[in-house]
Design a protein around this ligand. Sequence first.
Ligand code: 9MG
Length: 287
Amino acid sequence: MIMKLHALPKRVLQCGKHRLDLSHPQVMGILNVTPDSFSDGGQYRGHEQAFSHAERMLAEGASIIDVGGESTRPHATPVSLQEELDRVIPLVETLVQRLDPVISIDTSSPEVFSAAAAAGATIWNDVRALSRPGALEMAAMLSLPVVLMHMRGEPATMNDLAHYHDVTLEVHTELSFRIEEAFAAGVRMENIIIDMGFGFAKDTPQSLTLLDEIWKLHTLECPLMLGISRKRVLGEVLGGAAVDERLYAGLAAALLGVQQGVSIIRTHDVRATVEMLALLRQMPQAH
Ligand code: 9MG
């Protein structure tokens, strides 16, 4: 397979006072502040440790820090609203005061995002694509960028819903419904980013098909985000590799995404991803 690099259109994402140039792929570094996160296992729970981790990811070239206080793993213990606020808001305040980066918040709760936005966060990353009560209205009111991710059901039930005739077509259709709903509620098109949701209601063969066909989502006319770093699909492809053994496969997947026009890569492995992008940016076809 020889693939030409998909040229990204000239696009700027206005994140409060920050502007992100999406004509080149951007890296979003993951900062989980949950005791049972996808892969950190609560390693960065302490406030100072979380802060230092964010600082390091920014130094390595991340242009967005994605702060999440609720685990979306299938069997994660549900978190109360107060607990999520307690995990996320003090960290956002410290980050804004000391580093002032672009901060996205991985939450489905309009209350959490609204409090985080008041503290200085400027992107809403919602794995439930604004489906919780009040989320659409809150997104329209705040008028900040939102990531609408594809999922079916809830993390606890999503694996039972991974049945597709044509996974890419169905993800495309279901995302188009979420975009239409958001738009109808008053969310501006230039604020919508979409994400195919690797690992959310998709098994490994479905994820690989989707990875091969990301380019088909461009007809939705929104910037694309890809989050596959350290996920189960990579472990399975590698015959059962542990979470910390999935870096190279994750980079290959990110590269496939960028070649097909992904604008934002959500990753634990910022430095490696930034270096991979540095090479791509020097390619003659990228100009
Ligand atoms: C919070 N979270 C976990 N995985 C994710 C993914 O693939 N995309 C987005 N947008 N968020 C994710």
